[in-house]
Design a protein around this ligand. Structure first.
Ligand SMILES: Cc1cc2nc3c(=O)[nH]c(=O)nc-3n(C[C@H](O)[C@H](O)[C@H](O)COP(=O)(O)OP(=O)(O)OC[C@H]3O[C@@H](n4cnc5c(N)ncnc54)[C@H](O)[C@@H]3O)c2cc1C
Length: 502
């Protein structure tokens, strides 16, 4: 048997891709080396346009339990500057605070519901590309075996063995100086500021909650979560890591160092675990030189790694997965135009480059020393300007990404069309009543719907919710619509019924 698609890695991005492929009619096989849920504590939340994307698939409701659509955040941060997002006419920054474990559980359940097979305890160990398939070596609970697949996707994280075996370079930088120490702790009740919810530091001031706070010696984050647990994180490059595991005493010492000698007593956390106690030294910022090599593709952290500051990882990776899913499915099913799969890299690698750029910039802006303090004074002045605030907000939301599709609004994220986007199918929104006939030859791939949209009479929306074509006149140009349909959804059916290529 030859699989259509094998995905290596059941992290959030591999699972999201599996869901998207299944929605588009292709059942992938997912290999996961772990035998149970990941015990590593990573993301505490997601930020940016991905939240709207998840909502378009009905997944925001599954994650939060709320049937209301997501609303923009009133405040967020960039390089330890608070961003007053409520001052913007329309903030693109959406935020959901939920641990990564819960996101993975939700996506795994959805994938299984859509019929996806996930083989836990099966590790990809080798690959070889042939003209029409990839041979994949797997190490499973009963020993090694080989499978064949038409396409292989490496969703196997920053150390991706798929990327290495495919010979895809991972250029970038590794920094080894900064040490990040993070732990769940208790702090004395009298140091919790009742007005701001921040941490009162005697002789210093209040460290605001849920924001990075920079001093000339490092970075502090204080997060008193609503469930009663308190997380403190301290990053500094002037206090090397000792041997052995992090202790609360070491974190307390690092906090004292970054606060210039002011001691805050920290105790062990109370309440139910798991509790975090983590020391991370250094970090990587790297972007795969290619997202595709023949029949092997990369998605998520396998394609890009960067600082977790501001939490941009899942916004980037999950949207990679949504961009790739329908294109790979169309290729497998036979109706994709020749170059469709290559647009995955041409559209998403620049998005990865923007995230590596802004995380490095944040790193520079939060570094130690008086020069950085001066730079921050200047950057803080610039942030007072509404245009600059809007620019930074769009950057961290990833909503400034515009694909090379045509004249705007083509190339931008589509307006909310309600439940019709849950199917993951291409949509022609026709509010003129004249276009169904034009789209009829694509009826096996494209659904025609009527949903009122401000300022537009018709629009063609790709499954990843980006606009492929739009019109604002009562009698849209059928020729340009046909061109867009062909460009994104392939040649039309030859006869009037059935799918020629599925
Ligand atoms: C400390 C920390 C905090 C973070 N905080 C945030 C945050 O707040 N917000 C945010 O958006 N992002 C955050 N991130 C980033 C986010 O966690 C990652 O972007 C995300 O996990 C990437 O998902 P992925 O599916 O690409 O890779 P991973 O989550 O790394 O998943 C890869 C999977 O592949 C499996 N695998 C690996 N090799 C093989 C193999 N050979 N065969 C089979 N399976 C294999 C692994 O077991 C794993 O399950 C944080 C990251 C870290 C480290």
């Amino acid at each position: 048997m030859v699989f259509d698609v094998v995905i290596s890695g059941a992290g959030p991005n591999g699972l999201m891709l599996a869901c998207e492929l299944a929605l588009a009619g292709v059942q992938p096989l997912v290999l996961e080396q772990r035998t149970g849920p990941s015990l590593e504590q990573r993301a505490n939340g997601m930020v940016g346009q991905v939240i709207r994307m998840l909502d378009r698939r009905g997944l925001y409701e599954r994650l939060t339990g709320s049937s209301r659509p997501p609303t923009p955040a009133q405040q967020f941060m960039f390089a330890a500057f608070p961003l007053p997002l409520h001052e913007l006419p329309e903030s693109p920054v959406y935020l959901v605070m939920v641990p990564q474990r819960k996101i993975e559980e939700m996506l795994a359940a959805r994938a299984v519901e859509l019929g996806v097979t996930i083989r836990s305890g099966h590790r990809l160990t080798g690959l070889a590309q042939k003209d029409d398939r990839v041979l994949v070596d797997v190490d499973g609970p009963d020993g090694g075996y080989r499978i064949e697949t038409r396409y292989l996707v490496g969703a196997d994280g920053g150390k991706s063995i798929t990327r290495k075996l495919a010979g895809i370079e991972f250029p970038g930088i590794t920094t080894d100086r900064t040490v990040g120490r993070t732990a769940h702790v208790t702090v004395p009740a009298e140091l919790r500021d009742p007005v701001t919810g921040g941490l009162r530091v005697p002789g210093y001031g209040v460290i605001p909650p849920f924001l990075h706070h920079r001093t000339e010696l490092g970075l502090i984050a204080y997060a008193p979560f609503p469930d009663g647990r308190t997380l403190i994180s301290v990053n500094t490059s002037s206090l090397p890591a000792p041997d052995g595991d992090l202790t609360i005493a070491e974190l307390q010492q690092a906090l004292k160092h970054v606060l210039g000698g002011i001691e805050i007593p920290l105790g062990p956390p109370d309440g139910d675990g798991p509790h975090l106690l983590r020391r991370l030294s250094g970090g990587n910022t790297r972007l795969a030189e290619r997202y595709r090599d023949g029949r092997v593709l990369l998605v998520g952290d396998a394609a890009h790694v960067h600082s977790a500051m501001g939490g941009p990882g899942l916004n980037l990776g999950l949207q990679d997965a949504v961009n790739l899913g329908w294109k790979l499915a169309a290729t497998v099913r036979g109706w994709a135009p020749d170059a469709l799969l290559d647009t995955y890299e041409s559209e998403r690698r620049p998005a990865g480059a923007r995230v590596t750029m802004h995380t490095l910039a944040q790193h520079a802006l939060t570094g130690p020393g008086p020069e950085v303090t001066a730079l921050r004074t200047l950057f803080g002045e610039l942030l007072q300007k509404p245009d600059v605030l809007q620019h930074i907000a769009s950057l961290i939301a990833g909503s400034d990404i515009r694909y090379d599709v045509g004249t705007p609004p083509a190339g931008g994220f589509a307006p909310d069309l309600g439940p019709v986007t849950r199917s993951g199918r291409p949509l022609l929104v026709d509010n003129t009543g004249t276009l169904a006939e034009v789209a009829a030859p694509w009826r096996d791939r494209v659904d025609v719907v009527a949903v009122p949209v401000d300022g537009l009479s018709a629009l063609l929306v790709r499954p990843d919710n980006y606009v492929a074509w739009a019109s604002d006149v009562a009698a849209p140009d059928a020729g340009s619509l046909r061109t867009a349909l062909t460009r994104w959804f392939g040649a039309p059916e030859v006869s009037g019924s059935g799918s020629p290529a599925a």
